[in-house]
Design a protein around this ligand. Structure first.
Ligand code: GEK
Length: 255
C-alpha cells in the first residue's frame, strides 16, 4: 500500500520516527516540536482517509464558502486543510487557521508562507474554544474535536452553530468507536494493520497508542450526529468512512 501525495505544500515533512525507540515511560501525546517537524508524514500514515478528507474540504469550501465571510480551520496543524480552503473559497472570503500549539503554528507559518505573504490566510495561536467565530460560512474541525475534553464539545458545537451564517456548514472529521463490540475490535485491528502497512513497527504503534490513550477521546458516529442535531443543525450526513475514521457535514439552513 502506498500513501497518496499530500496537497502542494512549501515544506517537506521528515519521516515520523517519534515513537521508534523504546521509551521508559510513554508521556501523554503532545503537539510539540518533534511532532510538528514530522506532522504531515505522521497524519498521512496514521489516519486512513486523510487525503480524501482534504479533498472533501476543498469541495465544501467551493460549494458553501460565501463571499465576504470567514472560513475557519480549527486545529489547523501544518495547514494542509487551510490551504485547501484557500484554494476553493471566494477571493473576498477570509481564511483563518487556529491552533493552540506554538510548534504547529510555527510549522504552519512555514508551510503557508506563500498564502500568508499575499494576505490570503491568517493564523492565530490560541485555544479554539476562545476564538470568536462570528461571520463564518464554513468551519472545519478536521480530526480536532477528538482532542477536546468531552465536557467542552456540546458547547463548542452550539457556538459554532450560532456563529455560522445561514446556509453555512460545519465539517467534522473524527476517529470513532463502533457501538458493536465485535465491529469495534475488528475495526481497531484493521486500523493497526493499516499503520503496519504504512511502515510503522509494532513498538511505534504500541507507544503511540499509549501516548494517545487519555488525549484522543473518540465517540460514536451516532453521538456526533446527535450533537449536531442538538446544536441546531437541521441536517447532517456522513461523507466519508475509512475503517474507524469518519467525516461529517452539518448544514445550517438558509433563512
Ligand atoms: C489537518 N486539522 O491536517 N485549540 C486549538 N487547537 C487545538 C486544541 C485547542 N483546544 N486542541 C487540539 N488542537 C489538521 C489535523 S490534528 C489531528 C488536526 C491529529 C490542535 C492540535 O494542536 C493539533 O494541531 C490539532 O488540533 C489536531 O487537517 O493529529 O490527529
Amino acid at each position: 500500500m502506498t500513501s497518496e501525495p499530500l496537497k502542494p505544500s512549501t515544506h517537506k515533512a521528515q519521516r515520523d520516527k517519534v515513537y521508534a525507540s523504546l521509551q521508559d515511560a510513554v508521556a501523554p501525546f503532545e503537539f510539540n516540536d518533534a511532532v510538528a517537524q514530522v506532522f504531515d508524514d505522521m497524519i498521512l500514515r496514521s489516519v486512513p482517509g486523510y487525503t480524501l478528507s482534504i479533498d472533501l474540504i476543498t469541495l465544501i469550501a467551493e460549494r458553501y464558502g460565501q463571499p465576504n465571510t470567514k472560513l475557519f480551520d480549527l486545529g489547523c496543524s501544518s495547514g494542509v486543510a487551510t490551504r485547501a480552503l484557500s484554494e476553493a473559497a471566494p477571493e473576498s472570503a477570509e481564511i483563518i487557521g487556529i491552533d493552540n500549539s506554538p510548534a504547529m503554528i510555527a510549522q504552519c507559518r512555514q508551510s503557508l508562507s506563500d498564502l500568508i505573504a499575499r494576505n490570503r490566510v491568517s493564523l492565530q495561536c490560541q485555544d479554539l474554544t476562545e476564538a470568536p467565530l462570528a461571520g463564518a460560512s464554513v468551519i472545519v474541525l478536521n480530526y480536532t474535536l477528538q482532542f477536546l475534553p468531552l465536557i467542552d464539545r456540546d458547547r463548542l458545537l452550539a457556538e459554532i452553530f450560532e456563529a455560522l451564517t445561514p446556509g453555512g456548514v460545519v465539517f467534522l472529521a473524527e476517529k470513532v468507536v463502533h457501538e458493536d463490540t465485535f465491529c469495534q475490535s475488528e475495526l481497531e485491528a484493521m486500523h493497526l494493520a493499516f499503520k503496519k502497512r504504512q511502515g510503522y513497527s509494532a513498538l511505534e504503534i504500541a507507544q503511540k497508542r499509549a501516548a494517545l490513550e487519555s488525549v484522543l477521546i473518540p465517540e460514536t458516529e451516532q453521538k456526533h450526529l446527535d450533537r449536531l442535531a442538538a446544536a441546531g443543525f437541521s441536517h447532517a450526513a456522513t461523507l466519508l468512512r475509512a475503517i474507524n475514521f469518519i467525516a461529517l457535514v452539518g448544514w445550517k439552513q438558509a433563512a
